[in-house]
Design a protein around this ligand. Structure first.
Ligand SMILES: C[S@@+](CC[C@H](N)C(=O)[O-])C[C@H]1O[C@@H](n2cnc3c(N)ncnc32)[C@H](O)[C@@H]1O
Length: 260
């Protein structure tokens, strides 16, 4: 559970600055910066989606925060994209960035993906395609029984989530409960793609220290297997000894399929 001075829950509405977060974790995607965490995440997401096996009509993204990187490589393979987040501030930031007057255009993220792809597609085209497919940015609280507070969604073909569940869950048991809740929104045979960090207790957004649940690889895989998933791919990167922004032990990108 979060210590008193570590931020959690409602603090995502008061102390989480989207620009500082993006600048810390996603601005420079060079391999040498932030020990390649962002580059690892984007490379791994590209690998999961490039085969075209992870596809379907409807995609749900859980805890998008201020940045939609985890759905960008999925855009060619789905029709309707539902973005969600707990924080009103992050939902507004995302809304302004995608559809309003926000200055953020995620150009470096699109550029990074464009370099990985053979399509040679200009990033603005992918950005326009994403905007055309986003059906809304919805509130979500993974700690509630009804995580979308009464919004009714038919089952999804694909669910993605990046660096969110470990920020939301106060302990490993709750992480497991969240996995069960998320599973209910996915069709049997549908894919779940999770970006996460292992053995991390905190991360910084500017001067503010945010809580992260410290979960091991074995605990995490067991949570998803008990929620009805079979893991198809697991890409894993060891974290650095010293890190200015967080104490993550390692990062992973996992693709799994719902078998029951
Ligand atoms: C570290 S940020 C990750 C943002 C983005 N998905 C990424 O990969 O960079 C953690 C996100 O989890 C969200 N979050 C925190 N508590 C939550 C909860 N109880 N339910 C859903 N989302 C939550 C926050 O609002 C924030 O956007």
């Amino acid at each position: 559970m979060a210590e008193d001075n570590v931020l959690f829950g409602e603090h995502y509405n008061t102390h989480f600055d989207p620009d500082i977060y993006i600048n810390s974790f996603f601005t420079v995607l060079d391999d040498t910066v932030e020990d390649g965490l962002a580059a690892f995440i984007l490379n791994s997401l590209h690998s999961v989606f490039k085969s075209g096996n992870v596809k379907g009509k409807r995609l749900l993204e859980i805890g998008t925060g201020p940045i939609p990187h985890s759905v960008i490589p999925a855009v060619p393979f789905v029709q309707d994209i539902y973005l969600t987040d707990f924080s009103t501030v992050n939902r507004k930031y995302l809304q302004d960035a995608l559809f309003g007057s926000g200055k953020q255009d995620y150009a470096n993220v699109y550029d990074f993906f464009a370099k990985l792809s053979d399509a040679g597609e200009p990033w603005r085209k992918r950005s326009d395609d994403l905007k055309a497919k986003v059906c809304g940015i919805f509130p979500c609280n993974l700690l509630q029984d009804d995580i979308f507070s009464g919004s009714y969604f038919p089952l999804f073909d694909v669910i993605t989530s990046s660096l969110c569940i470990e920020a939301a869950a106060p302990d490993v048991e709750t992480y497991g409960n969240i996995a069960q809740k998320i599973s209910k929104y996915l069709k049997v045979g549908g894919h779940l793609v999770i970006v996460g960090v292992l053995d991390q207790k905190y991360y910084f957004v500017g001067e503010h220290k945010f809580f992260s649940v410290c979960i091991s690889e074995q605990e995490l895989k067991s949570c998803w297997e008990q929620a009805g998933f079979t893991i198809l791919s697991w890409n894993h990167m060891k974290g650095p000894e010293e890190n200015e922004y967080s104490d993550f032990g390692s990062a992973f990108v996992m693709d799994c399929v719902k078998k029951s």
